[in-house]
Design a protein around this ligand. Sequence first.
Ligand SMILES: CO[C@H]1CCN(Cc2c(C)cc(C)c3[nH]ccc23)[C@H](CO)C1
Length: 311
Amino acid sequence: VLSMCGLAKEHTQARDQEKNPWHVTISIRRTGRGFEHCKGALVSEYYVLTAAHCFTIVDRAEEIQVTLGENQRFEVAAVRSHPLYQIGKLKDRGIPEFYDYDVALVKLSKKVIPSVSARPICLPCTAGTTRALRKPHPQTTCRNHEELLLTIGNVPSFFVTDCKHEDQQAKGLSRRTVKIRNSEKKIGCEADAKKASQYVNVTDVSQVVTERFLCTGGADPEVDPNTCKGEEQHLLLGHPRNHNRGCLCGLVGVISWGVVDVCRNRKLPVCETGRNRHEGSPAYARDFHINLFKILPWLKEELRDEGLDFL
Ligand SMILES: CO[C@H]1CCN(Cc2c(C)cc(C)c3[nH]ccc23)[C@H](CO)C1
């Protein structure tokens, strides 16, 4: 039976993991340097989707652990980065980091049993997203998904980030609403990529912001929150119409990189206030996400045995 992807509790009393049952933390043991962490999302019973730059070519599956919610720990069977991801590809042009195709699938060593706090998020162009969009199956096409999820202008969406609860100082998850800068908003958003310290040698911004990227952040019309290193998270789209009722969420992007790491040596934001932790982050603080509609052949191939019903 379908895993009912994207179904999550929405009411305030629900626990963080019940509101974001696909949210995982990936811990990578680095010899001599402790652990590094990234975030990811469960996309099927065995696979987690995250950013490829979370891993180095020497990381081994044995050094990686995935935590779902507070306490479900999984060993990792394999890590498969997108074949076209190559962070050092433009080094000889004075561009130290290149994030094109910055996505990876982590295969868990045992399958995840769906529950109220463990459930995959729906991927674009699968029957699950058709259901999440409350559209008829199989009449609804992949093109329809893209038209519905990545509309023109500022597309309301959100990503999930760590926060700390005011009283017991426990860590929590909070949603950060952002707008995907589409159509005419896209140009200005992408231009700010050149403000990244490592991109001083970039002449044409399309060298580093390729077709694969979605752009968020900036202060127009209001300040968007920014991502931080280690939050290689997901740009989710709550079902546009029913934000208050249960979220039938769809995934459209994977956070890859940002111009400014607004969290460096800053403490976690307080969950309750939900205030932007980045007062004072510059308007050129933009974030770039891999658009899943641009890597579908790879997703379909890697997830072919997961019963996701790709359209
Ligand atoms: C091209 O130059 C920039 C690339 C990446 N940036 C680091 C970074 C990574 C790796 C991942 C995520 C999610 C980030 N969110 C905000 C920053 C940030 C640094 C800026 O700190 C320089």
